[in-house]
Design a protein around this ligand. Structure first.
Ligand SMILES: NC(=O)C1=CN([C@@H]2O[C@H](COP(=O)(O)OP(=O)(O)OC[C@H]3O[C@@H](n4cnc5c(N)ncnc54)[C@H](O)[C@@H]3O)[C@@H](O)[C@H]2O)C=CC1
Ligand SMILES: O=C(CO)COP(=O)(O)O
Length: 329
């Protein structure tokens, strides 16, 4: 009998899509890696690398790059690895190609602006005949591509499907835990990016390691409040995709979100690298959703105010430090 999920599609040939394609190949799958830019795909076929997004990493032999979305049509499951705000567009285009019931696993970390929808809700609307799932957790593309040990969570409403997908994609170095708490997993990934910008600001302002630790702990309290209000389970929020990813992303300039905060904290403004920092795109919608439900998220709100230009860094820090001292929980 052929293995379940023998062929995996990856829609999005950026850093994370390329790393996940290699990880799936390492797990023994055949992989079709779709990217929208035919020239970039041609270059990947020639060089067997993605020099623009994941330099120095050789593409596994089982990865077939393509610029034709229709090539994902025969895949047994598809990972959607484009930025959160592009996920509706690409999922919508996939409706013309995917078979009924194909698992479509979002690997993006964000909330859709304008609709206030979480990623799997976007997939359910844009590609209704697929089965939405999510993969998220502490994992830099470069680490996964280098085969360094990483552990992430794969969640689907059907726990059996989550387990089967995790078994198909996991290996000894890329460990996948499974869950049926889809909402918990998608909230952790979206919120931690916004909080990581705040952690970067603390680093850039040289406020000290003690302030950095306080920021992570109080930021996590905000993530928990938001998650619980939206039905996430506490054990998910304290797991890999919540606390785990918050710790990773708040701790190193290897994170693009942290590094954006560093730049702001140093007074260098928004860094000009053009790199994707999902937290900057999620901050507004996260804070708006929290405000509508009366969820207190002062750190996320301060990041949003700085990014929107309504507050400078000193004002933002001053207003956080001026908050009344209260019971911790
Ligand atoms: N890079 C990392 O270490 C990790 C990234 N992620 C998440 O994965 C998502 C993607 O991030 P990266 O791959 O790192 O970003 P990236 O900037 O390296 O690549 C994004 C890719 O999406 C493509 N894209 C953008 N808009 C598109 C559209 N409208 N249609 C088709 N393709 C489009 C770009 O051409 C590019 O190939 C983000 O939500 C990020 O938070 C999650 C875990 C780790
Ligand atoms: O999500 C990530 C690690 O888990 C990647 O973080 P950045 O997008 O901040 O680089």
């Amino acid at each position: 009998m052929p293995a379940r999920f023998a062929t995996i599609g990856v829609a999005g040939a950026g850093a994370w899509g390329t790393a996940l394609a290699n990880a799936a190949a390492r797990a023994g799958r055949s992989v079709v890696l779709w990217g929208r830019d035919p020239q970039a795909i041609q270059a990947m076929r020639r060089s067997r690398a993605n020099e623009a997004h994941l330099p120095g990493v050789e593409l596994a032999a089982a990865v077939a790059p393509t610029a034709d979305l229709a090539d994902l049509g025969d895949c047994d499951a598809v990972l959607l690895v484009v930025p959160a705000q592009a996920s509706r567009e690409v999922a919508g285009a996939l409706t013309h190609h995917l078979r009924e019931g194909t698992p479509l696993v979002t690997c993006a970390k964000g909330i859709e602006r304008g609709t206030e929808l979480f990623m799997t809700q976007v997939l359910a609307q844009a590609c209704p005949h697929a089965v939405p799932a999510i993969l998220s957790g502490p994992s830099f593309a470069a680490d996964v591509a280098a085969g360094l040990p990483t552990a992430v969570t794969l969640a689907a409403r059907d726990a059996g499907l989550a387990e089967a997908l995790a078994a198909a994609l996991g290996s000894s170095s890329f460990r996948l835990y499974h869950s049926d708490d889809v909402r918990g997993v998608e909230i952790g990934g979206a919120a931690k990016n916004v909080l990581a910008i705040a952690a970067g600001i603390v680093g850039g302002r040289r406020l000290g390691a003690s302030a950095g630790a306080a920021l992570v702990a109080r930021g996590f309290a905000e993530l928990m409040r938001f998650g619980k209000a939206f039905g996430a389970r506490a054990e998910t929020l304290t797991g890999l995709s919540g606390l785990g990813d918050l710790i990773l992303t708040c701790s190193t300039p290897q994170s693009r979100n942290y590094s954006l905060g560093l730049s702001l904290g140093r007074g260098e403004g928004l860094h000009p690298s053009g790199q994707l920092a999902e937290g900057a795109l999620t901050a507004g919608v996260l804070v708006a959703m929290a405000g509508e439900r009366g969820i207190d998220m002062p750190i996320a709100a301060a990041v949003e105010a700085v990014l929107a230009g309504r507050s400078d860094i000193e004002q933002a820090i001053g207003s956080l430090l001026a908050r009344p001292q209260k019971a911790e929980a």
